[in-house]
Design a protein around this ligand. Structure first.
Ligand SMILES: [Zn+2]
Length: 99
């Protein structure tokens, strides 16, 4: 009878809250910026992406019975979408807009 529970576990390393040192704050639409790779002034090409929060909301609504369309509402909401800004020439990721 040797119940050896409660072993101390190593704390899980979380992402540091401030990692956006190189990524500048971008707007929701195409922005005039200088590509760090091409070294030329460009207008960023934007692509919308649903956040993981939106996808989880979709899944939860799906299981709640909102199968037909309703579960897609979070993915269409602006607040659940981020906009990624990339250089149109080389495709370098330049920043992200979070509502
Ligand atoms: Zn570039």
């Amino acid at each position: 009878m040797n119940s050896n529970m409660g072993q101390p576990q190593a704390p899980i390393q979380m992402w540091p809250p401030q990692t956006t040192s190189t990524n500048q704050q971008m707007g929701p639409s195409s922005t005039h910026a200088r590509c760090p790779f091409c070294k030329v002034d460009i207008y960023t090409s934007t692509s919308r992406k649903a956040t993981s929060t939106a996808w989880w909301s979709c899944i939860i609504l799906f299981f709640c019975g909102c199968v037909l369309g309703c579960c897609l509402i979070p993915c269409c909401m602006d607040s659940c979408n981020v906009v990624n800004h990339k250089c149109p020439n080389c495709g370098t990721f330049m920043g992200q807009y979070r509502p």
